[in-house]
Design a binder for this molecule. Sequence first.
Ligand SMILES: Nc1ncnc2c1ncn2[C@@H]1O[C@H](COP(=O)(O)OP(=O)(O)OP(=O)(O)O)[C@@H](O)[C@H]1O
Ligand code: SF4
Ligand SMILES: [Mg+2]
Length: 366
Amino acid sequence: MNDILNETLNAPEVSSEEAAGITAEKATDGSENLLEVRDLTVEFHTDSGIVQAINGLTFSLKAGETVGLVGETGAGKTTTALAIMGLINCPPGFYKSGEIIYKGEDLMKIPESEYLKIRGREISMIFQDPMTALNPVMPVIDQISEVIKNHKHISAKEAREEAIEMLKVVRIPPERADEYPHQFSGGMRQRIVIAIALACNPNLLIADEPTTALDVTIQAQVLEMMCELKDNFNTSMIMITHDFGVVAETCDKVAIVYAGEVLESGTKRDIFKNPSHPYTVGLFGAIPNLNEDTEFLYQIEGLMPDPMDLPKGCPFAPRCSCAKDICHVEKPCVSRLPGEEHMVKCHKYTGSDENAEIVNEEWRDE
Ligand SMILES: Nc1ncnc2c1ncn2[C@@H]1O[C@H](COP(=O)(O)OP(=O)(O)OP(=O)(O)O)[C@@H](O)[C@H]1O
Ligand code: SF4
Ligand SMILES: [Mg+2]
Protein backbone atom coordinates (compact mmCIF):
# COMPACT_ATOMS: atom_id res chain seq x y z
CA MET A 1 0.00 0.00 0.00
CA ASN A 2 2.88 2.35 0.84
CA ASP A 3 4.32 1.80 -2.65
CA ILE A 4 1.07 2.90 -4.26
CA LEU A 5 0.96 5.97 -2.02
CA ASN A 6 4.55 6.88 -2.91
CA GLU A 7 3.87 6.34 -6.62
CA THR A 8 0.85 8.65 -6.42
CA LEU A 9 2.78 11.30 -4.50
CA ASN A 10 5.68 11.13 -6.97
CA ALA A 11 3.60 10.86 -10.14
CA PRO A 12 4.82 13.26 -12.88
CA GLU A 13 3.03 16.58 -13.34
CA VAL A 14 0.34 16.61 -15.98
CA SER A 15 0.20 19.59 -18.34
CA SER A 16 -2.99 21.60 -18.57
CA GLU A 17 -3.47 20.15 -22.10
CA GLU A 18 -3.23 16.63 -20.73
CA ALA A 19 -5.53 17.55 -17.90
CA ALA A 20 -7.99 18.92 -20.45
CA GLY A 21 -7.69 15.59 -22.27
CA ILE A 22 -8.62 13.72 -19.13
CA THR A 23 -11.64 15.97 -18.68
CA ALA A 24 -12.75 15.49 -22.28
CA GLU A 25 -12.43 11.72 -21.96
CA LYS A 26 -14.45 11.70 -18.74
CA ALA A 27 -17.10 13.96 -20.24
CA THR A 28 -17.95 11.38 -22.89
CA ASP A 29 -18.32 8.71 -20.19
CA GLY A 30 -20.93 10.63 -18.26
CA SER A 31 -20.75 14.38 -17.98
CA GLU A 32 -23.72 14.69 -15.63
CA ASN A 33 -23.25 14.17 -11.94
CA LEU A 34 -24.78 10.93 -10.74
CA LEU A 35 -24.88 12.27 -7.19
CA GLU A 36 -24.63 15.79 -5.82
CA VAL A 37 -24.69 16.40 -2.09
CA ARG A 38 -25.26 20.13 -1.63
CA ASP A 39 -24.94 22.01 1.62
CA LEU A 40 -26.12 19.01 3.69
CA THR A 41 -26.74 19.76 7.37
CA VAL A 42 -27.65 17.04 9.88
CA GLU A 43 -28.06 17.35 13.65
CA PHE A 44 -28.68 14.84 16.44
CA HIS A 45 -30.81 16.06 19.31
CA THR A 46 -29.60 14.29 22.44
CA ASP A 47 -30.25 14.69 26.18
CA SER A 48 -26.88 16.47 26.53
CA GLY A 49 -27.48 18.90 23.66
CA ILE A 50 -27.50 19.28 19.88
CA VAL A 51 -24.74 17.43 18.03
CA GLN A 52 -23.95 19.33 14.81
CA ALA A 53 -22.66 16.31 12.92
CA ILE A 54 -22.88 17.57 9.31
CA ASN A 55 -22.51 21.27 8.59
CA GLY A 56 -23.06 22.29 4.98
CA LEU A 57 -21.26 19.36 3.40
CA THR A 58 -20.95 19.45 -0.41
CA PHE A 59 -19.46 17.04 -2.95
CA SER A 60 -20.42 15.31 -6.20
CA LEU A 61 -19.53 12.36 -8.39
CA LYS A 62 -20.13 11.26 -11.95
CA ALA A 63 -21.08 7.80 -13.23
CA GLY A 64 -18.21 5.34 -12.91
CA GLU A 65 -16.17 7.65 -10.64
CA THR A 66 -14.91 6.91 -7.13
CA VAL A 67 -14.73 9.71 -4.61
CA GLY A 68 -12.84 9.24 -1.35
CA LEU A 69 -14.29 10.85 1.79
CA VAL A 70 -11.26 11.21 4.03
CA GLY A 71 -11.29 12.43 7.60
CA GLU A 72 -10.45 11.54 11.17
CA THR A 73 -12.82 9.88 13.59
CA GLY A 74 -16.01 11.84 14.25
CA ALA A 75 -15.65 13.94 11.07
CA GLY A 76 -19.12 12.90 9.89
CA LYS A 77 -18.28 10.35 7.18
CA THR A 78 -20.70 7.62 8.28
CA THR A 79 -23.46 10.14 9.00
CA THR A 80 -23.07 11.46 5.42
CA ALA A 81 -23.34 7.90 4.06
CA LEU A 82 -26.41 7.15 6.19
CA ALA A 83 -28.01 10.42 5.05
CA ILE A 84 -27.54 9.41 1.39
CA MET A 85 -29.06 6.00 2.17
CA GLY A 86 -31.99 7.69 3.96
CA LEU A 87 -31.07 5.80 7.12
CA ILE A 88 -30.77 8.62 9.67
CA ASN A 89 -33.17 7.75 12.48
CA CYS A 90 -35.41 10.69 13.18
CA PRO A 91 -35.34 11.40 16.14
CA PRO A 92 -32.57 11.79 17.28
CA GLY A 93 -31.31 12.75 13.79
CA PHE A 94 -32.73 15.70 11.83
CA TYR A 95 -31.98 16.86 8.30
CA LYS A 96 -31.76 20.62 8.80
CA SER A 97 -31.08 21.66 5.21
CA GLY A 98 -29.43 20.75 1.93
CA GLU A 99 -30.09 18.51 -1.02
CA ILE A 100 -29.02 15.01 -2.02
CA ILE A 101 -29.56 14.98 -5.78
CA TYR A 102 -29.40 11.48 -7.26
CA LYS A 103 -30.04 11.24 -11.02
CA GLY A 104 -31.58 14.71 -10.92
CA GLU A 105 -34.00 13.95 -8.05
CA ASP A 106 -33.69 15.19 -4.47
CA LEU A 107 -33.67 12.08 -2.28
CA MET A 108 -34.58 14.19 0.74
CA LYS A 109 -37.95 14.90 -0.81
CA ILE A 110 -39.01 11.41 -1.89
CA PRO A 111 -41.34 9.25 0.25
CA GLU A 112 -39.98 6.20 2.12
CA SER A 113 -41.85 3.90 -0.32
CA GLU A 114 -39.68 5.31 -3.18
CA TYR A 115 -36.53 5.05 -1.06
CA LEU A 116 -37.23 1.34 -0.52
CA LYS A 117 -36.95 0.82 -4.29
CA ILE A 118 -33.64 2.71 -4.51
CA ARG A 119 -31.92 1.48 -1.33
CA GLY A 120 -30.10 -1.81 -1.98
CA ARG A 121 -30.99 -1.79 -5.66
CA GLU A 122 -29.62 1.51 -7.02
CA ILE A 123 -27.59 2.67 -4.04
CA SER A 124 -26.11 0.18 -1.64
CA MET A 125 -23.70 0.33 1.23
CA ILE A 126 -20.93 -1.76 2.71
CA PHE A 127 -21.15 -1.03 6.43
CA GLN A 128 -18.16 -0.28 8.67
CA ASP A 129 -18.14 -3.62 10.54
CA PRO A 130 -18.95 -6.82 8.57
CA MET A 131 -19.84 -8.82 11.69
CA THR A 132 -22.60 -6.43 12.74
CA ALA A 133 -23.80 -6.01 9.14
CA LEU A 134 -24.50 -9.75 8.79
CA ASN A 135 -27.31 -11.62 10.54
CA PRO A 136 -25.52 -14.21 12.75
CA VAL A 137 -28.40 -16.71 12.71
CA MET A 138 -29.04 -16.79 8.96
CA PRO A 139 -27.00 -18.73 6.38
CA VAL A 140 -25.08 -16.31 4.16
CA ILE A 141 -26.77 -17.48 0.97
CA ASP A 142 -30.19 -16.50 2.39
CA GLN A 143 -28.85 -13.04 3.24
CA ILE A 144 -27.74 -12.49 -0.35
CA SER A 145 -30.88 -14.04 -1.93
CA GLU A 146 -33.17 -11.93 0.26
CA VAL A 147 -31.87 -8.69 -1.29
CA ILE A 148 -32.17 -10.12 -4.81
CA LYS A 149 -35.72 -11.47 -4.19
CA ASN A 150 -36.92 -8.18 -2.64
CA HIS A 151 -35.71 -6.02 -5.49
CA LYS A 152 -36.04 -8.22 -8.55
CA HIS A 153 -39.32 -9.94 -7.57
CA ILE A 154 -38.16 -13.35 -8.77
CA SER A 155 -38.74 -16.83 -7.27
CA ALA A 156 -36.74 -18.06 -4.27
CA LYS A 157 -35.04 -20.65 -6.51
CA GLU A 158 -33.93 -18.05 -9.07
CA ALA A 159 -32.77 -15.68 -6.32
CA ARG A 160 -30.67 -18.49 -4.79
CA GLU A 161 -29.08 -19.23 -8.17
CA GLU A 162 -28.16 -15.55 -8.61
CA ALA A 163 -26.84 -15.44 -5.04
CA ILE A 164 -24.60 -18.45 -5.75
CA GLU A 165 -23.24 -16.58 -8.78
CA MET A 166 -22.49 -13.56 -6.56
CA LEU A 167 -20.63 -15.81 -4.11
CA LYS A 168 -18.48 -17.05 -6.99
CA VAL A 169 -17.83 -13.43 -8.05
CA VAL A 170 -16.42 -12.64 -4.61
CA ARG A 171 -14.47 -15.90 -4.65
CA ILE A 172 -16.37 -17.77 -1.92
CA PRO A 173 -16.74 -21.49 -2.78
CA PRO A 174 -20.48 -22.15 -3.50
CA GLU A 175 -20.36 -25.32 -1.37
CA ARG A 176 -20.06 -23.04 1.68
CA ALA A 177 -23.25 -21.16 0.79
CA ASP A 178 -25.33 -22.58 3.64
CA GLU A 179 -22.82 -21.78 6.36
CA TYR A 180 -23.30 -19.01 8.95
CA PRO A 181 -21.24 -15.78 9.24
CA HIS A 182 -19.21 -17.02 12.26
CA GLN A 183 -17.90 -19.93 10.16
CA PHE A 184 -16.04 -17.53 7.83
CA SER A 185 -12.80 -15.58 8.31
CA GLY A 186 -12.89 -11.75 8.59
CA GLY A 187 -11.82 -11.29 4.96
CA MET A 188 -14.46 -13.76 3.72
CA ARG A 189 -17.17 -12.05 5.78
CA GLN A 190 -16.22 -8.73 4.22
CA ARG A 191 -16.45 -10.33 0.77
CA ILE A 192 -19.93 -11.66 1.64
CA VAL A 193 -20.99 -8.13 2.65
CA ILE A 194 -19.62 -6.91 -0.69
CA ALA A 195 -21.62 -9.64 -2.48
CA ILE A 196 -24.80 -8.44 -0.74
CA ALA A 197 -24.05 -4.82 -1.66
CA LEU A 198 -23.37 -5.69 -5.31
CA ALA A 199 -26.11 -8.33 -5.66
CA CYS A 200 -28.49 -6.00 -7.51
CA ASN A 201 -25.77 -4.30 -9.56
CA PRO A 202 -26.20 -0.85 -7.96
CA ASN A 203 -25.32 2.42 -9.71
CA LEU A 204 -23.71 3.71 -6.55
CA LEU A 205 -21.83 1.79 -3.88
CA ILE A 206 -20.96 3.43 -0.56
CA ALA A 207 -18.09 1.62 1.14
CA ASP A 208 -17.66 2.72 4.76
CA GLU A 209 -14.10 1.82 5.74
CA PRO A 210 -14.48 -1.60 4.09
CA THR A 211 -11.01 -2.80 5.00
CA THR A 212 -10.28 -1.19 8.36
CA ALA A 213 -11.10 -4.37 10.31
CA LEU A 214 -8.88 -6.55 8.09
CA ASP A 215 -5.18 -7.27 8.25
CA VAL A 216 -2.96 -5.64 5.64
CA THR A 217 -2.62 -8.56 3.18
CA ILE A 218 -6.36 -9.28 3.19
CA GLN A 219 -6.97 -5.50 2.90
CA ALA A 220 -5.06 -5.39 -0.38
CA GLN A 221 -6.97 -8.40 -1.75
CA VAL A 222 -10.39 -7.01 -0.81
CA LEU A 223 -9.58 -3.57 -2.29
CA GLU A 224 -8.28 -5.11 -5.50
CA MET A 225 -11.45 -7.19 -5.79
CA MET A 226 -13.69 -4.19 -5.11
CA CYS A 227 -11.97 -2.13 -7.84
CA GLU A 228 -12.24 -5.02 -10.29
CA LEU A 229 -15.97 -5.50 -9.58
CA LYS A 230 -16.60 -1.75 -9.71
CA ASP A 231 -15.00 -1.59 -13.18
CA ASN A 232 -16.84 -4.68 -14.42
CA PHE A 233 -20.22 -3.43 -13.18
CA ASN A 234 -19.40 0.28 -14.00
CA THR A 235 -20.45 1.23 -10.48
CA SER A 236 -19.75 4.66 -8.96
CA MET A 237 -18.33 4.50 -5.49
CA ILE A 238 -17.98 6.60 -2.36
CA MET A 239 -14.97 5.24 -0.50
CA ILE A 240 -14.96 6.30 3.15
CA THR A 241 -11.55 6.01 4.74
CA HIS A 242 -8.94 7.69 6.89
CA ASP A 243 -6.15 6.05 4.89
CA PHE A 244 -4.49 7.90 1.98
CA GLY A 245 -3.07 4.56 0.80
CA VAL A 246 -6.63 3.35 0.15
CA VAL A 247 -7.42 6.64 -1.61
CA ALA A 248 -4.32 6.31 -3.80
CA GLU A 249 -5.34 2.83 -4.81
CA THR A 250 -9.05 3.28 -5.40
CA CYS A 251 -10.19 6.90 -5.90
CA ASP A 252 -10.52 9.40 -8.77
CA LYS A 253 -11.52 12.32 -6.56
CA VAL A 254 -11.03 13.20 -2.91
CA ALA A 255 -13.02 15.24 -0.37
CA ILE A 256 -11.32 16.07 2.92
CA VAL A 257 -13.99 16.06 5.64
CA TYR A 258 -13.57 17.84 8.98
CA ALA A 259 -16.24 18.67 11.58
CA GLY A 260 -18.99 17.80 9.11
CA GLU A 261 -17.68 20.00 6.26
CA VAL A 262 -15.58 19.41 3.16
CA LEU A 263 -12.50 21.60 3.68
CA GLU A 264 -10.78 20.67 0.43
CA SER A 265 -11.79 18.65 -2.62
CA GLY A 266 -10.45 17.89 -6.06
CA THR A 267 -9.13 15.14 -8.24
CA LYS A 268 -6.69 12.71 -6.65
CA ARG A 269 -3.92 14.53 -8.53
CA ASP A 270 -5.05 17.96 -7.22
CA ILE A 271 -5.02 16.77 -3.63
CA PHE A 272 -1.88 14.62 -3.73
CA LYS A 273 0.24 17.04 -5.80
CA ASN A 274 -1.01 20.33 -4.40
CA PRO A 275 -2.60 19.88 -0.96
CA SER A 276 -3.59 23.44 -0.06
CA HIS A 277 -5.74 23.49 3.08
CA PRO A 278 -3.57 23.55 6.24
CA TYR A 279 -5.51 20.49 7.51
CA THR A 280 -4.80 18.48 4.33
CA VAL A 281 -1.15 19.57 4.49
CA GLY A 282 -1.09 18.34 8.11
CA LEU A 283 -2.64 14.99 7.14
CA PHE A 284 0.00 14.41 4.46
CA GLY A 285 2.69 15.50 6.91
CA ALA A 286 1.52 12.79 9.30
CA ILE A 287 2.23 10.00 6.78
CA PRO A 288 5.50 8.37 7.91
CA ASN A 289 8.33 8.70 5.38
CA LEU A 290 10.13 5.37 5.16
CA ASN A 291 13.27 7.07 3.76
CA GLU A 292 13.62 9.46 6.69
CA ASP A 293 15.20 8.59 10.01
CA THR A 294 13.12 10.40 12.59
CA GLU A 295 12.64 10.03 16.32
CA PHE A 296 9.05 11.28 16.49
CA LEU A 297 6.23 11.06 13.95
CA TYR A 298 4.51 14.35 13.09
CA GLN A 299 0.96 14.79 14.35
CA ILE A 300 -1.59 17.57 14.08
CA GLU A 301 -1.80 18.97 17.61
CA GLY A 302 -5.19 19.06 19.32
CA LEU A 303 -8.49 17.34 18.65
CA MET A 304 -11.48 17.82 16.38
CA PRO A 305 -13.86 20.39 17.93
CA ASP A 306 -16.77 19.19 20.05
CA PRO A 307 -19.73 18.95 17.63
CA MET A 308 -21.94 20.33 20.43
CA ASP A 309 -19.78 23.45 20.64
CA LEU A 310 -18.28 24.22 17.23
CA PRO A 311 -15.96 27.22 16.77
CA LYS A 312 -17.61 30.35 15.39
CA GLY A 313 -15.19 30.79 12.49
CA CYS A 314 -13.09 28.16 10.73
CA PRO A 315 -13.60 24.76 12.41
CA PHE A 316 -9.86 24.03 12.10
CA ALA A 317 -8.78 27.37 13.64
CA PRO A 318 -8.04 26.03 17.17
CA ARG A 319 -5.45 23.62 15.67
CA CYS A 320 -4.15 25.67 12.74
CA SER A 321 -0.64 27.12 12.91
CA CYS A 322 -1.56 29.61 10.12
CA ALA A 323 -4.66 30.99 11.87
CA LYS A 324 -5.15 34.79 11.94
CA ASP A 325 -7.76 36.81 13.82
CA ILE A 326 -10.33 36.56 11.04
CA CYS A 327 -10.21 32.73 11.21
CA HIS A 328 -11.65 32.74 14.73
CA VAL A 329 -14.64 34.92 13.91
CA GLU A 330 -15.61 34.37 10.28
CA LYS A 331 -16.33 31.17 8.37
CA PRO A 332 -14.20 30.86 5.22
CA CYS A 333 -15.95 30.60 1.83
CA VAL A 334 -15.07 28.13 -0.90
CA SER A 335 -12.28 29.25 -3.26
CA ARG A 336 -11.29 27.60 -6.50
CA LEU A 337 -7.64 26.73 -7.11
CA PRO A 338 -5.85 25.79 -10.34
CA GLY A 339 -6.65 22.22 -11.27
CA GLU A 340 -9.59 20.41 -12.74
CA GLU A 341 -11.97 20.93 -9.87
CA HIS A 342 -9.79 21.89 -6.95
CA MET A 343 -11.74 23.67 -4.16
CA VAL A 344 -10.60 24.83 -0.73
CA LYS A 345 -12.36 26.43 2.25
CA CYS A 346 -9.75 28.61 3.95
CA HIS A 347 -9.25 32.35 4.49
CA LYS A 348 -5.75 32.05 3.00
CA TYR A 349 -7.43 31.85 -0.39
CA THR A 350 -9.99 34.38 -1.44
CA GLY A 351 -12.28 34.97 -4.37
CA SER A 352 -13.69 32.39 -6.70
CA ASP A 353 -11.89 33.33 -9.89
CA GLU A 354 -11.47 30.27 -12.09
CA ASN A 355 -7.88 29.11 -12.38
CA ALA A 356 -6.53 31.90 -10.23
CA GLU A 357 -4.75 30.94 -7.05
CA ILE A 358 -5.42 33.95 -4.90
CA VAL A 359 -3.65 34.01 -1.59
CA ASN A 360 -5.05 36.56 0.81
CA GLU A 361 -2.67 39.50 1.45
CA GLU A 362 -2.38 38.67 5.15
CA TRP A 363 -0.75 35.30 4.39
CA ARG A 364 1.32 36.32 1.37
CA ASP A 365 4.65 36.50 3.20
CA GLU A 366 4.36 33.07 4.85
N1 LIG B 1 -27.11 8.72 16.69
C1 LIG B 1 -26.29 9.68 17.09
N2 LIG B 1 -26.56 10.42 18.18
C2 LIG B 1 -25.73 11.42 18.58
N3 LIG B 1 -24.57 11.75 17.95
C3 LIG B 1 -24.26 11.03 16.86
C4 LIG B 1 -25.08 9.97 16.37
N4 LIG B 1 -24.49 9.43 15.26
C5 LIG B 1 -23.35 10.14 15.08
N5 LIG B 1 -23.21 11.09 16.03
C6 LIG B 1 -22.11 12.06 16.15
O1 LIG B 1 -21.92 12.67 14.89
C7 LIG B 1 -20.53 12.92 14.67
C8 LIG B 1 -20.13 12.26 13.35
O2 LIG B 1 -20.15 10.84 13.54
P1 LIG B 1 -19.78 9.82 12.37
O3 LIG B 1 -20.08 8.45 12.87
O4 LIG B 1 -20.47 10.25 11.13
O5 LIG B 1 -18.22 10.04 12.22
P2 LIG B 1 -17.17 9.25 11.29
O6 LIG B 1 -16.45 10.27 10.49
O7 LIG B 1 -17.86 8.17 10.54
O8 LIG B 1 -16.16 8.66 12.38
P3 LIG B 1 -15.37 7.24 12.39
O9 LIG B 1 -14.16 7.44 11.52
O10 LIG B 1 -15.02 7.05 13.82
O11 LIG B 1 -16.28 6.18 11.88
C9 LIG B 1 -19.79 12.36 15.87
O12 LIG B 1 -19.54 13.44 16.76
C10 LIG B 1 -20.78 11.39 16.46
O13 LIG B 1 -20.59 11.28 17.86
S1 SF4 C 1 -9.19 29.56 7.59
FE1 SF4 C 1 -7.53 30.18 8.94
S2 SF4 C 1 -7.63 28.71 10.63
FE2 SF4 C 1 -8.84 27.86 8.95
S3 SF4 C 1 -7.42 26.56 7.91
FE3 SF4 C 1 -7.35 28.53 6.87
S4 SF4 C 1 -5.67 29.63 7.85
FE4 SF4 C 1 -6.18 27.91 9.18
MG1 LIG D 1 -17.70 6.08 10.56
